[in-house]
Design a protein. Structure first.
Length: 356
């Protein structure tokens, strides 16, 4: 069979399937049709699913600017989804910024504007704040005082990762990473030739960061730790979100919160909060810059064995669920004993722990 006949045959097969099924047929992800630099997969937006405060884009979907959607294998070479079994080797401290003033973007720098509600990729990393550990320790003290079984210490909530691929090469990138809920581990992955000059993080929860270039300045503003900064990351509300279906008051309140955040964002970074925005309520992968040509894809960073930075927490646990739970239980017990003056038994301590 001659080459052109083979092409005609393949097209005919897909056409026959389409006619028989009456449905759209998705071409295989990553099929190269000779359109270098353009997405070559069929309708990735079909991966989007509604959640109460927006949309969820699971892997292998990748968020593009202004609500666009692609497939991450079209951006990253040798792509594999990040899985919970990939264990970083060590976590080092990631300091919170002092004050509320980010370094202003400079002339010639382009803003990489990424905003998610939460990450989409579970990791084997959890970070418990001092306040959360204190709450759990207080619950133990109260139980011991009453002679009851100690409450169960649950597996701490996992940090969820977002892969951020940087392919913008025409200007230095000032990267702004925003998350409005949960603990997010940002896996920043620049392509060769891309230059990140600054990273500003605005987050409602704990922050983790994996990045190959340790020389890039990073400023982190956690809204819960610095309430005096009067900022909370908020997306522009959409009346179509299911959370808004039962009343206008919630929409109005959210709209007012967004307007305040937009004013704050413009003042800090010089652009609107949703200008060239990348990300959805739950996002696994995001792209800052153009979709690369097939020969120019970004090599994906893996979490396995990586060195990550995590914001200040009394407990950062890495590993399988049982190991994380054991470390959390030991940390809570130490705080409870200290709060009881060094002896839980004096409060009527029972060695039993409720596991239900």
């Amino acid at each position: 069979m001659r080459p052109y006949q083979l092409v005609v045959a393949i097209v005919g097969i897909f056409g026959a399937i389409f006619l028989l099924s009456g449905k759209d047929v998705a071409l295989p992800t990553g099929l190269d049709l000779g359109l270098g630099g353009k997405l070559n997969s069929s309708r990735p937006e079909r991966l989007l699913a509604s959640v109460p405060m927006g949309q969820r884009l699971p892997s292998p979907g990748i968020a593009l600017a202004n609500g666009g959607v692609g497939y991450v294998p079209d951006v990253s070479s040798f792509f594999e989804p990040t899985v919970e079994s990939e264990t970083p080797s060590v976590a080092v401290p990631l300091a919170d910024m002092s004050g509320c003033a980010f370094r202003s973007p400079r002339a010639g720098e382009v803003i990489g504007n990424v905003h998610v509600g939460r990450g989409g990729l579970p990791t084997p990393v959890s970070a418990l704040s001092r306040s959360r550990l204190a709450e759990m320790a207080l619950a133990e003290v109260r139980a011991a005082r009453g002679g009851a079984a100690l409450p169960a210490v649950e597996d701490p909530e996992l940090m969820r990762a977002v892969d951020v691929f940087i392919t913008e090469r025409n200007a230095p990138v000032y990267l702004v990473l925003q998350s409005s809920e949960g603990d997010v581990l940002w896996n920043v992955q620049p392509s060769p030739g891309a230059r990140i000059v600054h990273i500003a993080v605005v987050a409602a929860g704990q922050v983790g960061l994996l990045m190959p270039d340790a020389g890039v300045p990073v400023q982190v503003l956690r809204t819960g730790e610095q309430p005096g900064c009067a900022v909370a990351p908020v997306r522009r509300p959409d009346p179509g979100w299911s959370a808004f279906r039962n009343g206008g008051a919630l929409i109005e309140g959210h709209a007012a919160a967004f307007e305040a955040y937009d004013v704050w964002f413009r003042d800090r970074f010089g652009i609107a909060a949703e200008a060239n925005l990348v990300g959805f309520q739950e996002t696994s992968h995001a792209l800052v810059g153009p979709v690369p040509a097939p020969y120019d894809k970004v090599l994906q960073n893996r979490l396995a064995g990586a060195r990550i930075a995590v914001t200040d927490a009394d407990l950062v646990a890495i590993g399988p669920g049982e190991a994380r739970t054991g470390r959390a239980e030991a940390a809570v017990r130490r705080l409870a004993i200290a709060a009881a003056g060094g002896d839980l038994a004096a409060l009527g301590f029972t060695p039993l722990r409720r596991t239900e």
